[in-house]
Design a protein around this ligand. Sequence first.
Ligand SMILES: Cc1ncc(COP(=O)(O)O)c(C=O)c1O
Length: 396
Amino acid sequence: MSITPLMPVYPRCGVRPVRGEHCHLISEDGRRFLDFASGIAVNALGHSHPGLIGAIQKQAETLMHVSNLYGSPQGEVAAQRLVDLTFADTVFFTNSGAEAVECAIKTARAYHQSVGNDQKFELITFNNAFHGRTLATISASSQEKMHKGFLPLLPGFKYVEFNDLEAAKAAIGPNTAGFLVEPIQGEGGIRIATDEFLGGLRALCDEHDLMLVLDEVQSGVGRAGTLYAYEQYGITPDIMASAKGIGGGFPVGACLATEKAARGMVAGTHGSTYGGNPFAMAAIGAVLDVMSEETFMADVRAKGERLKARLEQFIGNYPDLFELVRGRGLFIGLKMKVEPRPFVAHMRDNHQLLTVSAGDNVVRIIPPLVIDDSHIDEFMEKLSAAAASYQPEDAA
Ligand SMILES: Cc1ncc(COP(=O)(O)O)c(C=O)c1O
């Protein structure tokens, strides 16, 4: 038998982390890595955060799991906190980002079906989007590489160009239920929606009674320098998917909605055995405690500006390698003029620096939100050394 016990769907690299210490990861062989990947925008509080550990430990000793057949004091507290902090009136908790997007898709369809518009089931989505790996969420993405081998796709999605408001408007038809969009595309390469685009989608939704569904699984929970990125656009969505940083490493997601948007999500329409599990609720509480500290978001924005300024100055030294820097908060993309994957591997294997590649030739720089200036210094040193020793023609 040649198949590995772990189903071989990931091309895993040689780094095998066994311990995390704040903004560093220690691998099985003892190497110490600076973690500017954060488990792909998950470890917002870094590794081994005492508040998060304490909350999960306390919950483990008290109550690990109960069914959603019972009342959930823990879920009510977490949902109320999210309602207080966002546009939403109600929250469904999931175990992952893809499930949060699934719930958002169902909520949008159910809204229209609950008002008798059964034909309005189609969501307009945007090229290079990433919404997860379930059948519905791969169907929501235009990326054919994710479809291969899994056809047929789920019907009900139409793809148009990101940031093209006219194309979005032209795509509206009798079946349109709404738009599903990332305010800042993560996997797509830290591509930022323009104010005109996101504001324009909101206006189209208002005009045609459509649902504006935001996927803030990656851009949310402080990553872009505000609790959610939509806050920077002066708009609010009808429905939003959140996950990743919201549990700080504990697997949890959430689908948030206004009362109007959630009108179809009545008893018996949706569910999840683990969704809203007391453990997950404890993790959310610990993350929100830290992020609600008065200066937390302003600090993320300031650190992001400092890091971006250092990067912008630095890339001028390597005009053949780097094209530009873009992003908000600590959601930063370094666009390369060469294929980024081998450079990400070079930084990792030769300079103990972890980053993640993304679409559009981008290296994602997504550190824990709790970095300080010493981590920015360490990052710049490692990046400089990696660029100086990099020979793209040698890359595999
Ligand atoms: C924008 C976005 N949506 C959804 C997902 C899916 O989340 P998960 O992998 O937790 O299912 C991701 C994951 O990268 C994402 O970036």
